[in-house]
Design a protein. Structure first.
Length: 310
């Protein structure tokens, strides 16, 4: 737990709303810091099965030494709670991690703030600013964005941005809370849609999709060139597949809704895949086919699938 002298000591009970891919990881990080964690999801089964899914997901980083956790102890601190009001009772901080849809998030924040007006309220949204939720909460001085990243053992960072009315005390408490999780907290100054990382990442996604939509390249060649240039394993299309193309489409729509550039339009390629239910890794197909996509071929990005069989 945090030191008694730390503002983060004010946060000993955390409620995570949304037991999906990232919500589960946020819950695990908070539990690993010694805190009591309540996990709520509109689908009770998602919260109930979160422990088993975390065990499978975290096995590799724990076995490799990237995480030095006693996973059994961590999981005992995470309690599925089916009723949202009960999940919010006496909690110090709520972190929302539901789908990237403003109407859904507004509904969550209204219910959470009504159930517990004194709690700090944070959205993990990667594109929606907490300022868009201000009229849904009672204490706007305790409202903020806390944008965590998946695979937190290798991306141990979070972006903290106020809602425009967040108090300096709340910002400091939330910053120290994040650092007590063992991750770096970057403060976003003012209001920035996409914050820091995703504002840059959104430009990469937009242009990668545009290159493909306009017929200049296919997704695999974009990724190969990206991997060559940066000396990394994943290109933008592989990364979108890993996030989930339905999530990517929702995020893109939030940007397009406020875009001023007439060329900033929905990607035909992306939305055709989503319409067919090809959502990436989680459905077995997207820009690539799974479980053995081209970018896992030995020697990628130079090697091709034909090279593998030769």
């Amino acid at each position: 737990m945090p030191n008694a002298s730390s503002p983060a000591d004010a946060i000993s009970v955390v409620t995570v709303i949304g037991a999906g891919f990232l919500g589960r990881q946020i819950a695990a990080m908070c539990a690993a810091s010694g805190r009591e964690v309540r996990l709520h999801d509109a689908d009770p089964g998602a919260a109930e099965h979160a422990g088993a899914m975390l065990r499978d997901y975290l096995d590799t980083p724990i076995a490799s030494g990237q995480l030095s956790w006693d996973l059994d102890t961590v999981l005992t601190r995470i309690t599925p709670v089916h009723d949202l009001a009960e999940a919010m009772r006496d909690t110090d901080l709520m972190i929302e991690a539901v789908r990237e849809d403003l109407a859904t998030k507004r509904e969550v924040f209204r219910a959470a703030s009504t159930a517990n007006p004194r709690a700090y309220l944070a959205t993990n949204s990667s594109s929606i600013m907490s300022a868009e939720l201000r009229d849904c909460v009672i204490q706007t001085d305790r409202l903020a964005n806390l944008h965590f990243f998946p695979e937190f053992w290798s991306r141990s960072m979070v972006e903290l941005m106020g809602c425009g009315e967040t108090s300096a005390e709340s910002m400091e408490t939330l910053r120290e809370f994040c650092e007590s999780l063992g991750i770096y907290c970057a403060i976003v100054r003012g209001q920035s849609k996409g914050f820091i990382i995703n504002r840059v990442w959104r430009a990469v996604k937009r242009e990668a999709l545009r290159v493909v939509d306009e017929g200049h390249a296919d997704p695999e060649d974009v990724d190969r060139l990206w991997a060559f240039f940066w000396g990394i394993r994943y290109g933008p299309f592989a990364m979108m597949d890993r996030v989930g193309l339905d999530v990517i489409a929702d995020i893109e729509d939030t940007y397009i809704a406020v875009a001023t550039d007439p060329a900033d339009v929905r990607s035909r390629t992306l939305h055709e895949l989503v319409a067919r239910g090809e959502l990436g890794v989680k459905t077995g197909s997207g820009f690539y086919s799974y479980p053995d996509p081209a970018y896992t071929v030995p020697g990628w990005p130079r090697a091709t699938t034909d090279d593998e069989g030769s």
